[in-house]
Structures are given as structure tokens and as C-alpha cells.
Ligand binder design. Structure first.
Ligand code: MCA
Ligand code: AMP
Length: 514
């Protein structure tokens, strides 16, 4: 059996390769186009004679060609390393130094700094790709042979590395194999009832698990069409939704679309499935959506290290979709809730969520110590989430995520680790120390905010500090508010009590901005 993920996905492509696979407002791509364009790109990558397993780091705008570059990387037996387009030079430097990619593909607009940086980090080839499919990558690939023979891969060979931020402020590369990704794609295919006549409204970025491994894999494996949009644009969504059957989004997408009165049940008459994940979906949003559209949103839960872990039921016969829960463990996945000694807890008790399954990654790139810490001796992965199985009125095999043991903020579906930002703020002129917290935000669910203490006798310029952070950090990490106080609250052990800060500033965005 061939384990290359591309071959697995390709097994779901339709017989009629001239049917439409991807539709953008500007043009359409057939399944034959996907095969040929990814084939040409794979031939180009292979012509570089770099060892199998070399990394291809990609920081480009969303386009069908960007998806094909991902597929080409798989086909050539290389490892895909996607990077959020919001990352600034300093952030990209860390990833390139750590992963040492052989090939870097960037936007033409960032070539001036990315090219020298990539060379500096050892990349032998640097190419560009823009949002319209232009750039040196397509130029170089256009004369390659489209009939590329996909390279054979073993189940455990790496397919992708996804960087996730860490509690220490240092990002970790989660190593995902061909089998991790294909097992999850097949499970979701069956569980969510994917069909070849589905039409997916694809509005998510493709540099993370949600948009790439859940949404795009789902459509590709089903041989289903994707309406491919750069992001959720309400006018475009209103135009395309009547033809679509499936949409996936983060809670912010559902909050935003519900603000539009023209988003009605009639508009969604072809839709069979709305899926939410990456961050907690508020019960209020779930209820408002169901009341308006007559369909409950299906909430599921996953991580970069594990792809998807649990899902609320798809088929009514399997049970109800219960708001505030993330449903049951997916088939083949084991989920347990344990105490501090890794001992399983009774349903209804909050504890650490641990998981096992063919979808769970093999470890962090070049961090064997960290990998050992994050797995129990009998192979359970510690998610860092706090969960409860069951609870009042909830079946005992449904999981609810009720908190996090990791100091993590999730803003609009993007993860932010406070430590990374605190380290930068603490270096700023006039700052003695800082605490970065997440507080409720009506649009992003949680928003990043910073509380700082000034050095004695100094009055730091908070606007200048925010402007400087904007230059150094991806926009979603920049604190939307910075406040100065005399002293950070600490417990007897000297640890900053972030809970107190979160309470104090809980209304910052929800009340004062209304
Ligand atoms: C944009 N801004 C944000 C965010 N996005 N601030 C905080 N959090 C964010 N997520 C900033 C912008 O920089 C700008 O600030 C201001 O907010 C308004 O920008 P706007 O144009 O409204 O933003 P947008 O382009 O509409 O983006 C919002 C978004 C986007 C669509 C919700 O953040 C997004 O696509 N999120 C999805 C993330 C995702 O796919 N996550 C999946 C990870 P300024 O004007 O000051 O610059 S995978 C995962 O988590 C796991 C595995 C899973 O389970 O799926
Ligand atoms: P990432 O670092 O992007 O892999 O994000 C994974 C984290 O997102 C998980 O550990 C959870 O904390 C969070 N997450 C994902 N889906 C959900 C959900 N449906 N509800 C609550 N948290 C979620």
C-alpha cells in the first residue's frame, strides 16, 4: 500500500478529471489542473536533488497554487512547513534557523528580507508566489513535465512540520507523518459524511491544521469542489452560500456572519454542515445560530500535534450536538481525563486531557526532551487542556474543554503564548516587568492585553511600546490594550496571579467598547 498522503488523497479524486475542483471568484481549476500543476511543481522540487525529507518552508498568501505547492511537496517526498503570513521577519528567522529548510517560498512583497534570511539559514533555493499564482515558482515550474510520479513514502515518514508556540516563549515544530494525516483525513471523511457532490466554502487560512488538514483534505479526499476565498468576506459568502453544502470556521467567523441580517435559513438551504473549532464556541453563538438557521453548528476539538481528536455527532442517530462540549473521541482516537498523577478521573471531574491514536504526532522537531515531557510513560500525549467527561445532563463520553493548564490565549482562532510577548515587552525602555493575559473580546473570543510595571521614576510611552510591538510581532499577538500598574499581584510563592489580572480587566473589551 502506498502511504504518500498525496496518493491517499488522490484516491478520492473523481473519475472525471475535467470536473471543477477549485473555484475562485476569478477562475476555476479542474482535478486535472491540480494533478498537472502540483506535478510540475513536484518535478521542479525534485530537480533540486535535495534529500527526501528536506523541509520546504512556505509563507505566502492563500491561493489555489499555494495549495498545489503543498501537494507538490508531499509528492516530491519533502516536508511541508507552512508559516502564518502575519509573522514578521524576527519570527520567521526563528523558524528558518530551527527547521533549516532547503527551499523557501515567500511572497514577492517579502522577498527583499526573506531571500537573504533564507540563504543565511542554509536554504539552497528561494522562490516567490503571489496571491494570483504569479512569481518565480510558477515561472520555474511551467516548463517541467506535469506527469510526475509521486514519490513512495513510508507511513512514519514526515509530511509536515507545524510550529506551535510554547510556554517558554520558544516555538516547537510538531512533526506529523503521512500516516498521522491520512488516518485523520479518512476518519473525518467517514464521520462527517463527506460526499463527492459536496461544495465546501473554504474561507480559512491554509497555514494551519484547520484550513489545510481538516477543510482542504476533507474536500480533496471526497473529490468535492471547494469555493476558495481568501477569507470570510460577508458579501462573497452571501453570494456563494446558496450553492454550498459545508462550511468550516473558527467561532469569530460565526459571530461575524450572524451579525449579517441577510444570513438566513433560506440562504443556507443547500447546507448540510457548519463546523466550528480551534477555539471555544460560545453557547450563545450556538443557540443564536440554531435559532436562525435551524441547524446546530458541529463543534470539534483538535491540536496541531494531533489533528482532530473529538467531534460532536454528525448523524442525529449518533446523539445530539451539545453546546459547550466538543463531543466524543473520534473513531480510533482515545481520550481520557486524568489527575495530576496521570490517573483517570470519574466522569464529571475536571482534569488534564490526554490522548492517543494514529493521528498523534511523533514528537517535536529536534526537541527530544520536550517530547518526552509531553508524553506519559505509556504513550498518552498531554494536551495541556483541562476537560471534563460528561457532567450534568451530558453523556459520560462527551468531552468539554473547561480550561487550559498551559498559559495560552486563543484569539480569533490563533494561539498566543504570553511568554513570547512578555519577553519582548520586558526588554522595552522603561519597563520593569509585564504580564500578558487574555480577556473576553466580542469578536475574537479572547484578546491579548498587557499589564506592565515601569522602572522606578520612569513613565514608559505605552503607544510607542504598542507601535514597536507591531513591528516585531504578528498582528494577532500585539496587545490590543496596554495598561500600567504599580505592582503585579503575586502569590506567596512569588508567582504572578494572572487569574486576578484576568478578573480585574475582564470587561476591558466587552463593556467599555459598547
Ligand atoms: C486579525 N486581527 C486579530 C486577529 N486577526 N487580532 C486578534 N486575533 C486575531 N485572530 C487584527 C488585525 O491585525 C487588525 O488589527 C484587526 O484585528 C482587524 O483585522 P480584520 O481585518 O478584522 O481581521 P481578519 O483578516 O478579518 O481576520 C480575523 C480572522 C482571522 C478571520 C478571524 O484571525 C482568522 O482567519 N482566524 C482563523 C485562524 C485559524 O484558522 N486558526 C486555526 C488554527 P490592526 O488593524 O491593529 O492591525 S488550527 C487550530 O487551532 C487547531 C488545530 C484546530 O483545532 O483547528
Ligand atoms: P493549536 O496550537 O493551533 O494546535 O491549538 C490547539 C488548541 O486549540 C487546543 O489545545 C485547545 O486549547 C484549542 N481548541 C481547539 N479546538 C477547540 C474547541 N473546539 N474548543 C476549545 N478549545 C479548542
Amino acid at each position: 500500500m502506498e502511504h504518500n498522503l498525496y496518493s491517499v488523497l488522490e484516491s478520492g479524486f473523481p473519475q472525471d478529471r475535467n470536473s471543477i475542483a477549485i473555484e475562485t471568484p476569478a477562475r476555476s481549476y479542474t482535478w486535472a489542473d491540480i494533478d498537472a500543476i502540483s506535478g510540475r511543481m513536484a518535478a521542479l522540487l525534485s530537480s533540486y536533488n535535495i534529500p527526501l525529507g528536506s523541509r520546504v518552508a512556505v509563507q505566502v498568501e492563500k491561493s489555489p497554487e499555494a495549495l498545489m505547492l503543498y501537494l507538490a511537496t508531499l509528492r516530491a517526498g519533502l516536508v511541508y512547513l507552512p508559516l502564518n503570513t502575519a509573522y514578521r521577519e524576527g519570527e520567521v528567522r526563528y523558524f528558518l534557523q530551527d527547521a533549516e529548510p532547503a527551499v523557501v517560498v515567500c511572497s514577492p512583497s517579502s522577498e527583499s528580507w526573506c531571500e537573504p534570511l533564507a540563504r543565511d539559514c542554509g536554504a539552497s533555493h528561494v522562490l516567490t508566489l503571489d496571491a494570483n499564482g504569479g512569481g518565480s515558482l510558477m515561472e520555474a515550474a511551467k516548463n517541467q513535465n506535469p506527469a510526475f510520479q509521486t514519490v513512495s513514502r513510508n507511513a512514519d515518514d514526515l509530511a509536515a512540520i507545524l510550529y506551535t508556540s510554547g510556554t517558554t516563549g520558544r516555538s516547537k515544530g510538531a512533526m506529523l507523518s503521512h500516516a498521522n494525516l491520512s488516518s485523520n483525513a479518512k476518519t473525518l471523511h467517514d464521520y462527517w459524511g463527506w460526499r463527492s457532490d459536496d461544495i465546501l466554502l473554504h474561507i480559512l487560512p491554509i497555514f494551519h491544521v484547520h484550513g489545510l488538514f481538516v477543510a482542504a483534505h476533507g474536500a480533496l479526499l471526497a473529490g468535492a469542489r471547494m469555493i476558495w476565498l481568501p477569507k470570510l468576506d460577508i458579501e462573497q459568502a452571501l453570494q456563494y452560500l446558496p450553492r454550498c453544502t459545508v462550511m468550516m470556521g473558527v467561532p469569530t467567523h460565526y459571530v461575524r456572519i450572524l451579525e449579517e441580517p441577510r444570513f438566513t435559513k433560506e440562504l443556507c438551504s443547500n447546507m448540510r454542515l457548519f463546523i466550528s473549532g480551534s477555539a471555544p464556541l460560545l453557547v450563545d453563538t450556538f443557540r443564536e445560530f440554531e435559532a436562525r438557521i435551524g441547524m446546530p453548528i458541529l463543534e470539534r476539538y483538535g491540536m496541531s500535534e494531533t489533528v482532530m481528536l473529538t467531534s460532536n455527532p454528525y448523524e442525529p442517530a449518533q446523539g445530539k450536538r451539545i453546546p459547550g462540549t466538543v463531543g466524543r473521541a473520534l473513531p480510533g482516537v482515545s481520550v481520557r481525563v486524568v489527575d495530576d498523577q496521570d490517573q483517570p478521573l470519574e466522569p464529571g471531574q475536571p482534569g488534564h486531557v490526554q490522548v492517543k491514536g494514529p493521528n498523534v504526532f511523533s514528537g517535536y522537531w529536534r526537541m527530544p526532551e520536550k517530547t518526552r515531557e509531553e508524553f506519559t510513560s505509556d504513550g498518552w500525549f498531554r494536551t495541556g487542556d483541562i476537560g471534563i467527561m460528561g457532567g450534568e445532563g451530558i453523556p459520560s463520553d462527551y468531552l468539554s474543554i473547561v480550561g487550559r493548564s498551559k498559559d495560552l490565549i486563543i484569539s480569533g482562532g490563533y494561539n498566543v503564548y504570553p511568554k513570547e510577548i512578555e519577553l519582548i515587552i520586558d526588554e522595552a525602555p522603561g519597563v520593569q516587568e509585564s504580564a500578558v493575559i487574555g480577556v473576553p473580546h466580542p469578536d475574537f473570543g479572547e484578546a491579548v492585553m498587557a499589564v506592565i510595571v515601569a522602572r522606578p521614576g520612569v513613565a514608559p510611552d505605552l503607544d510607542a511600546l504598542q507601535a514597536s510591538l507591531k513591528k516585531q510581532l504578528a498582528n494577532f499577538k500585539v496587545p490590543k490594550k496596554i495598561v500600567q500598574i504599580d505592582e503585579l499581584p503575586r502569590n506567596t510563592m512569588g508567582k504572578v496571579q494572572k487569574n486576578m489580572l484576568r478578573q480585574t480587566y475582564a470587561d476591558t473589551f466587552t463593556v467599555s467598547q459598547q
